[in-house]
Design a protein around this ligand. Structure first.
Ligand code: MCN
Length: 793
């Protein structure tokens, strides 16, 4: 029964969060707590010749200082997170994956490989003393040649980031299906070659990273609070790096103020802080400051695609060939995650039968690159939908017609793309109707009337344009998620889940799911998340996966619990299970509602040593644990339409309207879904128009403040017009698909296509993000000069 699923239930967590009653890592103060500061490398590539800590050690209040040499052989380095990103053998074989092992020492030992890398750590009675001491530490470096450009990094003789990784190529693979693309290109009416690139970005959550560790010497227990998306992975990595048993470590992700990807994975600070807490038998706290965040927090995106596309006069795309590189920075912790996401998502909603993608993950002297909202898909969609636009302009067709020509039709679902998903399953879209979504979006923006409006605007000296983009996104990636449900003496259900939120509203949506399965209200179901002490296994929040994985674990676990409650109710009411009704917390028989049981009655009846005794086949207590393992990902989809106005003289772009139709299967809480879409689109618009991390050739960060790294504010982000489709997933019993990342995927392509459309008379190509005023102004100027000289010539 769906009473609460599908309802706009107010978010349970919001009162706490908006009244300042949340508990973030920064809010944790413990008796005797020390504070840590990290000394970070100012060099992008250099040998560490000497670290002089004499003066720093003498400062009153300093408790300890560690360098890489102090912990060499004691703390293991952080390597690839295999639980989340190992290549399945069948995929590895199909794509000929070649991988080199790489890692990061938690404090650099002999050499540094990026600016901001931790080199030493100070703990002191407070942060002020720790900061002063850090300033007194003198590190002598011997500069090494720096490699920043990923193409130069692959040249023979280029400086090596890791000595064992030749030509700095940490990983490469080759995905193909259909006919050889070179052959197809020979038969095609047209062949177009282009380069498309997406810059390096930061995720910039409101709350930076932070960790507090408290060791209890009497019980040998370590408690860690971390602003993380993956408490279970933090526990596993602490256990691995420090050789402690997992049972002795409890990791809690309290309230977390945004993560967006880079708070997934594990960072050096999350290992060192617990180590120091145990060493000194005192709590230790570290909170990343904003400058550290901009320099050292993991970054993302950064791909360059060299594409060759073959197509016919009618707009049919016959083949797509792409050689792309992903600049992973100094260490790649996530294996083929982002690169393979790009490779398997590139065709999106289009059917392109002949497909040949070569990917190389290249190391450079920059901050490590990890997944960020979309994780390889925004890059894929920007590449694909720019190609669609270019094909259309080459053929003098409306881009919409080229989209339609190549789009997978509803009757072709489930659609097999002929390659593998990252988890090793065949890439088959489970459900959806992309042409219908496109039609809906076009109606919402009055596409038919747009050209007349555009012409009228032009007469008034205004340049407006419309751009469309679409995506199909594999969401709900496994491997699994768990739910542990129990009932207490007040009759409330407490559910512990493996996935934990950073703002998504999990306390509400999982309560809605539980309430429906159990005939309760969402207030009767209390969600506890982000604590490794209850469930032995958990995966975490990333890849728009929690609703599918934790949601179905909750649903199926709740049904198991319901069964037990029914069994006990049958015993108490003397009826059979088919006769039991569970509604609004009341349990009664279909035949008669005279005798009504509550959950407290059922709880009391199942207490150990209850009188009369329970039949032996019924175990005392009301609790179940359930793990949901999805068969593979489920495919959400969306159409985005941007309408922009371009100021030709300054290159400034205003977004007039932004429209989005999306399908996330069954929405559990449509209001939260809308919020997710709006938030994702804000980040997507940021990456379309403003955001770019820039390094100079010495590997020095040039965008280390918000004066240089531009984020959009509410002033630049329109209220998105949203429309919904509900094509339930066929891969889980709730019929849900993910939505968390979706909003961020399509805006770069939709906005850029709209800018190109607004300036169609200039025939400019924009294949590099962000479309900043200076970049756009330069393109406009070049196009005007070209037109001027051709008129003269
Ligand atoms: N939802 C729903 N019905 C659906 C699908 C989702 O009601 N059919 C609701 C969910 O139950 C959940 C939210 O929408 O409250 C997002 O669900 P889902 O798509 O499953 O994504 P996750 O919960 O796994 O969250 C991860 C995803 C990712 S990968 C990034 S990055 C991201 C995002 O969510 N980071 C966020 N959204 C974010 N939102 C906030 N506020 N902060 C972040 O750091």
């Amino acid at each position: 029964m769906k009473k609460y699923i599908g309802q706009n239930i107010q978010r349970k967590e919001d009162y706490r969060l908006v009244t300042g009653k949340g508990l973030f890592v920064g809010d944790i103060y413990l008796d005797g707590m020390l504070e840590a500061t990290f000394v970070r490398s100012p060099q992008a590539h250099a040998l560490i010749k000497k670290i002089d800590i004499t003066k720093a050690k003498e400062l009153e209040g300093v408790v300890d200082i560690l360098t890489g040499q102090d912990i060499k052989g004691i703390i293991k380095p952080i390597g690839q997170f295999d639980a989340h990103c190992a290549v399945p053998p069948n995929v590895g074989e199909a794509i000929n994956a070649q991988i080199q092992y790489n890692y990061e020492d938690v404090l650099a030992i002999d050499k540094v490989i990026y600016v901001g890398q931790p080199v030493a750590v100070v703990i002191a009675e407070n942060r002020y003393i720790a900061e002063d001491a850090a300033d007194l530490i003198q590190v002598t470096y011997e500069q090494l040649p720096v490699i920043v450009n990923p193409f130069k990094a692959m040249e023979e003789g280029a400086p090596l980031v890791h000595e064992n990784i030749k030509k700095n190529i940490q990983m490469q693979f080759h995905v193909k299906t259909g006919q050889p693309t070179h052959e197809v290109e020979k038969q095609a009416d047209h062949v177009l070659k282009t380069r498309v690139s997406t810059p390096r970005l930061g995720s910039n959550p409101i709350e930076t990273k932070g960790v507090v560790a408290e060791y209890d010497g009497r019980t040998n227990q370590m408690q860690v609070w971390s602003a993380t998306q993956l408490p279970f992975e933090v526990r596993a990595t602490i256990s691995h790096c420090l050789r402690w048993t997992e049972q002795s470590i409890r990791v809690i992700a309290p309230d977390v103020g945004g993560g967006f990807g880079p708070k997934g994975g594990v960072h050096p600070e999350e290992i060192i802080v617990p180590y120091l807490s145990k060493k000194h038998n005192r709590p230790v706290k570290w909170i990343e400051d904003r400058l550290e965040h901009l320099t050292s927090a993991r970054q993302s995106r950064d791909q360059v695609h060299d594409v060759v596309v073959a197509f016919q006069n009618d707009g049919t795309i016959t083949s797509l060939r792409d050689e792309f590189i992903l600049d992973a920075g100094a260490v790649n912790f996530f294996g083929f995650t982002c690169a393979y996401n790009t490779a398997y998502h590139l065709r999106g909603a289009y059917k392109i039968p002949n497909y040949d993608i070569k990917a190389r993950i290249v190391l450079t002297n920059k901050t490590p690159n990890v997944p960020f909202r979309g994780a390889g898909r925004p890059e894929a969609v920007f590449t694909m939908d720019r190609i669609i636009d270019m094909v259309a302009r080459k053929l003098k067709m409306d881009p919409l017609e080229v989209m339609k020509k190549n789009m997978i039709q509803a009757h072709e679902m489930p659609y097999d793309q002929g390659i593998f998903v990252k988890d090793g399953a065949q890439l088959i879209y489970d459900s959806g109707n992309y042409p219908e979504a496109l039609d809906k979006a076009l109606k919402m923006v009055d596409y038919e009337g747009f050209r007349a409006r555009q012409a009228e605007a032009k007469r008034q000296g205004k340049y407006i344009g419309v751009g469309i983009s679409s995506y199909v996104e594999g969401t709900g990636a496994g491997p699994f998620e768990g739910a542990h449900l129990s009932v207490d003496s007040t009759g409330k259900v407490i559910a512990h889940l493996g996935a934990s939120p950073q703002g998504q509203g999990h306390e509400t949506v999982f309560a809605q799911i539980g309430a429906d399965a159990l005939g309760l209200t969402p207030d009767d179901v209390i969600i506890r998340v982000g604590d490794t002490s209850v469930l032995p296994f958990g995966a975490g929040t990333y890849a728009s996966r929690s609703t599918v994985n934790a949601g179905n674990a909750m649903h199926e676990g709740a049904l198991k619990l319901r069964k037990k409650v029914e069994t006990v109710a049958c015993l108490m009411l003397g009826v059979s299970p088919e006769d039991i009704i569970m509604e609004d917390g009341k349990i009664f028989s279909k035949q008669s509602s005279e005798k009504v049981l509550t959950w407290v009655d059922i709880f009391n009846r199942t207490r150990p040593a209850a009188r009369p005794p329970l039949p032996v086949e019924i175990e005392p207590g009301l609790q179940v644990t359930h793990y949901f393992v999805p068969p593979t990902t489920t495919f959400a989809s969306s159409i985005h339409v941007a309408e922009v106005e371009v100021d030709k003289e300054t290159g400034k772009v205003d977004i007039r309207e932004y429209t989005c139709i999306h399908d996330c299967g069954v929405p559990v809480n449509p209001m939260i879904v809308d919020g997710q879409v709006q938030g994702g689109i804000a980040q997507g618009i940021g990456s379309a128009l403003y955001e770019e991390i820039v390094y100079d050739e010495k590997g020095q960060l040039l965008t280390g403040s918000y004066m240089d790294y531009l984020l959009p504010t509410a002033m630049e982000i329109p209220s998105v017009k949203k429309g919904h489709q509900v094509y339930p997933s066929t891969r889980n019993s709730l019929g849900v698909k993910g939505v968390g990342e979706g909003g961020a995927i399509a805006p770069p392509a939709a906005v850029t296509n709209a800018i190109v459309d607004a300036l169609a008379h200039l025939e400019i190509e924009i294949n590099q993000l962000p479309v900043s005023p200076s970049r756009l102004r330069r393109l406009i100027k070049e196009a005007e000069e070209k037109q001027h000289s051709s008129t003269l010539g």
